[in-house]
Design a protein around this ligand. Structure first.
Ligand SMILES: CC(C)(COP(=O)(O)OP(=O)(O)OC[C@H]1O[C@@H](n2cnc3c(N)ncnc32)[C@H](O)[C@@H]1OP(=O)(O)O)[C@@H](O)C(=O)NCCC(=O)NCCS
Length: 162
């Protein structure tokens, strides 16, 4: 049995440890992390999944960013502990996070990741949206939360300043 809850401040380092386990060393050197420096994640969208023993099985966070003059959500990191991968938990966390983001009025979501995984949720390649280098443009993906959410939204992805 897995329970999903909003991430709390006390969960922070446990989630970091899960990300360290699931991602290649040096993950924080990735350009997407420069968009997260000194900006808190969106608390109401960041979720933890724990098993019946309270052990962390998966987590997802979202950050606010600017794309050109518009606001967007940056999905990730999302990770599932290797002992729980392939059980649908990653998909569930992404689905729940996307649903919640709609509720909170976000019009567009983006991420840097593997298109073969994220296309099942409706993410497609974003043209004209530039992440800080070095980022493979093929991995810059977007999801319309509202009709036309990404129409005419282009430019540099920059750190949230509000
Ligand atoms: C990616 C991740 C979050 C998926 O979580 P999960 O709970 O294992 O995923 P689900 O059970 O919902 O989905 C499993 C399916 O996704 C596929 N999948 C997982 N990672 C994939 C990837 N990088 N590319 C393509 N397909 C992928 C699996 O092959 C499986 O396919 P199937 O449904 O056809 O059998 C998890 O594998 C993980 O933590 N990986 C390490 C960290 C990471 O890469 N995070 C994402 C950054 S882009």
């Amino acid at each position: 049995m897995i329970e999903i809850k909003q991430e709390q401040p006390d969960d922070w380092w446990e989630v970091e440890a899960l990300y360290d386990l699931c991602f290649a060393p040096g993950r924080e050197a990735l350009s997407s992390y420069r968009l997260r420096d000194d900006v808190p994640p969106v608390a109401e969208l960041s979720l933890v999944a724990r098993d019946e023993h309270g052990i962390l099985a998966g987590a997802i966070r979202f950050w606010p960013v600017h794309v050109g003059a518009e606001d967007a959500l940056l999905l990730g990191p999302v990770a599932v502990h290797p002992t729980h991968q392939g059980e649908g938990l990653g998909g569930y966390l992404i689905f729940e996070g996307l649903e919640a983001s709609k509720t909170y009025g976000w019009k567009r979501v983006m991420l840097v990741g593997d298109a073969p995984y994220y296309q099942r949720f409706g993410f497609t390649r974003l043209d004209g949206v530039d992440m800080p280098p070095p980022t493979n443009p093929e991995r810059i993906l977007g999801f319309d939360q509202a009709a036309g959410g990404w129409s005419d939204v282009t430019g540099q992805v920059t750190r949230w300043t509000r």
